[in-house]
Design a protein around this ligand. Structure first.
Ligand code: SF4
Ligand SMILES: [Zn+2]
Length: 363
């Protein structure tokens, strides 16, 4: 089910303008890959990330205009990419990573498509199957992670994927963003409900009796039109809800301002600021106390003009504490800085004034 939302007209216009500015590139140039240390289900390991060019997220290309914080569509070739080309690009990128560093020890492969890997309009079934066959030949690959909106999670597709990698963990990461339908639909323009997400999780939980399949969620910290206090409360509640639904892992994505989005328009007008890093620390502390599955707080963009920010003195210190806490899953210690009382005041008063910008921050 998809649901139309009030922001839709604005988002559609913003997206149209942003797409006009996109410099169209051939699919091959939009592919990318890299690898790094990561926390796997089995413990520390290496993750190889591969970005595949696809026609673009169907939700962003629909009349909806897509989600209010997302600019992925600008990274898509916006044209059909054939199965042969997709498979060839995947092979090349994987080979590049194996040449950089031998594939040995616990490894995960995460495939990003700037949309939904399980949508057969974005990734044809033959391409999906061939990619999984290639991956299955590598014994050290323990996990395969793809991203998808929940409406493309069907039992047939999940079983089809699992059968091709029967010994590996297959994880479907969904951008739930918030447990609140009001926040997800009206402020993020996500277009799916809790019921859609719960249906997808039911399928995944059912297939778990035969295969090592897992659900994962991304949660957005501080969507537009959300105060600092509400962002913290929603983050904690959403993680608890996702864990209750049976997801295996949670990743928090604190807002950063992407070009050509409604979030950028509001930010330029002074009507929106990404969260304080203090707020992300507060979320991670409270979630670690109440949720037992692995939870990661993404720190990309921390301390930058367009990302979560505290003050010059403590940005890097807090970022490092959170990275450490991501790796060992422990509760980060309390720390102090002269900017902390400003954050506390912001949390207190943003709720009273319903402000979504930083009331006292002096950047
Ligand atoms: S967040 Fe996901 S569903 Fe929303 S527009 Fe971006 S790629 Fe599409
Ligand atoms: Zn500080």
């Amino acid at each position: 089910m998809t649901t139309q939302q009030p922001l839709e007209n604005m988002l559609h216009d913003i997206r149209k303008k942003a797409l006009k500015r996109v410099d169209k590139k051939p699919p091959r140039e939009l592919a990318a890959s890299w690898s790094g240390d990561d926390l796997l289900y089995s413990g520390p390991g290496r993750t190889i990330f591969i970005v595949l060019p696809t026609p673009g997220c169907a939700w962003a290309l629909s009349g909806s205009g897509g989600c209010s914080m997302c600019s992925y569509i600008a990274d898509s070739p916006l044209e059909e990419v054939s199965t042969e080309e997709l498979v060839e690009i995947f092979k090349q990128q994987l080979q590049r990573q194996i040449e950089n560093q031998e594939l040995a020890g616990p490894t995960a492969i995460k495939i990003f498509v700037s949309g939904s890997f399980l949508n057969e309009e974005e990734i044809p079934p033959q391409a999906r199957q061939e990619i999984f066959r290639i991956i299955n030949a590598y014994d050290d690959v323990e996990e395969v992670v793809v991203e998808s909106r929940p409406e493309y999670v069907t039992e047939d597709i999940i079983r089809d994927c699992c059968q091709l990698i029967p010994e590996k963990i297959f994880e479907v990461a969904m951008g739930l963003e918030s447990a609140s339908d009001e926040i997800r639909l009206s402020r993020i323009n996500k277009g799916f409900t809790r019921e859609d997400f719960e249906n997808a999780m039911q399928i995944i939980n059912r297939v778990k009796s035969n295969f090592k399949v897992q659900g994962k969620v991304y949660l957005l910290v501080k969507p537009v039109l959300t105060s600092e206090k509400e962002a913290i409360e929603d983050g904690v509640r959403s993680a608890q809800y996702a864990a209750e639904m049976g997801v295996g892992r949670i990743a928090f994505c604190p807002s950063t301002i992407h070009k050509g989005t409604l979030m950028e328009v509001l930010w330029r007008r002074g009507s929106y600021q990404p969260p304080w890093i203090w707020s992300t620390l507060e979320i991670i502390r409270r979630v670690r106390e109440s949720v037992e599955i692995p939870v990661i707080m993404d720190t990309a963009g921390f301390g930058t003009r367009r990302g979560p920010y505290n003050c010059k003195k403590c940005n890097s210190k807090l970022k490092n504490l959170i990275i450490e806490s991501n790796i060992n899953q422990t509760i980060p210690p309390e720390i102090e800085c002269e900017c902390k009382p400003k954050w506390e005041a912001d949390v207190k008063f943003s709720e009273v004034t319903r402000s979504t910008t930083n009331l006292v921050k002096n950047r």
